[in-house]
Design a protein around this ligand. Structure first.
Ligand code: TZP
Length: 234
């Protein structure tokens, strides 16, 4: 058992050899349906966050976003290095929120650009085809713009009320998701208040996948809940 980048060895899986699937370089397409996003503020101890990430990967998730907006960049970088090692071992993609520099320096698979981030077309000039570009959209106009700017996929929301409504604004509702889907052709991930019992509704509205923070990170059994999401999204 090893300590990855100074993280406690207890956060590395004991029987990882049995679980790791050796795979070659993956094509950079949004070929995933469940898009879990980190938020270490959900936990009282940072160590719990690392354990949560491992549980998510153990459940079989193939793409995860590191999103820690309030973390100093050096700490974010260290966390990204650790996640890069781990996601590689599990054959999963790593997407970094907003920081193109961090994404490129840790050889992440993608970057996810927020409302106030650098536009996708500007990022493409720096990253070429090295990074998958995700963009957050909160309405139809932003979704159309993201596609025009060359985003590979978008998240749209908040669809439902989320625990921190103040941060993400009023829910835009399921009809807004339908409208976005009818106008753009890149993959659309519904975000915001998505729980297990909402998966069918957003899928019926056309969502290609879902992006989730609290329904997974706050679950009593993170691995089981993640598996359940994956089962529903098959
Ligand atoms: N963007 C729109 S809603 C949201 C983000 C990042 C938060 C989603 O969190 P949760 O806990 O899955 O509702």
């Amino acid at each position: 058992m090893k300590s990855v980048n100074g993280k406690p060895s207890s956060v590395t899986p004991r029987n990882k050899k049995d679980q790791i699937q050796i795979s070659g370089p993956q094509p950079l397409t949004a070929d995933f349906k469940l898009y879990p996003i980190t938020d270490r503020n959900v936990f009282s101890a940072q160590c719990s966050m690392y354990l949560a990430i491992e549980s998510i990967l153990e459940a079989g998730v193939n793409t995860i976003q590191l999103r820690e907006k309030d973390l100093p960049v050096r700490e974010l970088f260290d966390m990204a290095v650790w996640m890069r090692e781990l996601t590689r071992e599990y054959g999963a993609k790593l997407i970094i929120n907003d920081r193109v520099d961090v994404a490129l320096s840790v050889e992440a698979d993608g970057v996810h650009l927020g409302r106030n981030g650098i536009p996708a077309d500007a990022v493409r000039k720096i990253s070429g085809d090295k990074l998958l570009l995700g963009v957050s959209a909160h309405n139809l106009e932003e979704a159309v713009l993201a596609e025009r700017d060359g985003a590979d996929f978008i998240t749209v929301g908040p669809i439902y009320e989320t625990p921190s409504k103040l941060k993400y604004g009023e829910p835009i509702g399921i009809d807004a998701l339908r409208k976005v889907k009818s106008r753009i052709s890149i993959p659309v991930f519904a975000i915001g208040g998505i729980k297990l019992d909402k998966v069918n509704e957003v899928r019926e509205a056309g969502a290609d996948g879902i992006a989730v923070i609290s329904a997974i990170l706050k679950a009593e059994n993170i691995k089981k809940t993640t598996e359940e999401f994956l089962r529903l999204l098959k």
